[in-house]
Design a binder for this molecule. Sequence first.
Ligand SMILES: C[S@@+](CC[C@H](N)C(=O)[O-])C[C@H]1O[C@@H](n2cnc3c(N)ncnc32)[C@H](O)[C@@H]1O
Length: 263
Amino acid sequence: MERNPLLSLVGAGPGDPELITLKAIRTIGRARVILYDALANEALLEYAAPGAIIRFTGKRYGCHALSQEEINQLIVAEALEHGHVVRLKGGDPFVFGRAVEEITAARNAGIAVEIVPGISSALAVPATAMIPLTSRGTAESFWVTTGTTRSGSISGDVYLAAQSTATVVILMAMSRLEAIMDIFIYYGKADMPVAIIQDGTTASQKMVTGTVKDISFRAQQAGLGNPAVIIAGEVVGLQADLLPAYVQGLTATQKKPAPHEER
Ligand SMILES: C[S@@+](CC[C@H](N)C(=O)[O-])C[C@H]1O[C@@H](n2cnc3c(N)ncnc32)[C@H](O)[C@@H]1O
């Protein structure tokens, strides 16, 4: 175990505890302190070394979340006292992960920093739901944008993305879903397919599909909330053909094939 101060920013993956890298597991196992966020699956804490200090920094069960400044201070204090600190963060630390602030705080305190990339929800959540982000003849690129900015307003990038022919993946957008879909409507995309996936890659995953013009209503009817990924683009229409027949909903008279019968 590392006694010199070291901060490892470790990607915990999108939710499914098996979607983590081997390097992340090994890094967690070497840490003396683990500070984990709400989107990091707690099952991953089983890789912690015996005696490691484990602290939750997110907001859950009515607990107050630490502010980013408090987290920065905690990282520095724990690293200087105990040595190796792992910041276990949902998805990839460099995708909307406040990693820059934490690296800056650590560096300013003379603490070494390393990054262990993770599988971002932006990629893994659509993939697990059989929605490709690119597909020959359908989409040549994709955008990943936040829906909202620090002030709660809609990101200017959503307006640009809505004008492109790319697949648009939007994170942190549920609070402004209707207004965001109105932007797509304004740019003539009312009938574009959209999927919203909550708690993607986990056992509690919920998904709603529709079009730009009706997805807000459908999401509200289904009670969808955070954390959720919105995917807007023609690729969403490919999902129906890619999902195995037993998921697409066979008629009651048809025998459901077992997953191993699907080829
Ligand atoms: C602060 S960002 C962190 C993103 C993370 N660093 C990543 O790479 O996935 C949090 C947002 O990621 C998305 N998100 C993260 N995990 C998710 C999951 N399992 N299902 C759906 N959306 C998820 C949601 O949009 C959520 O509001």
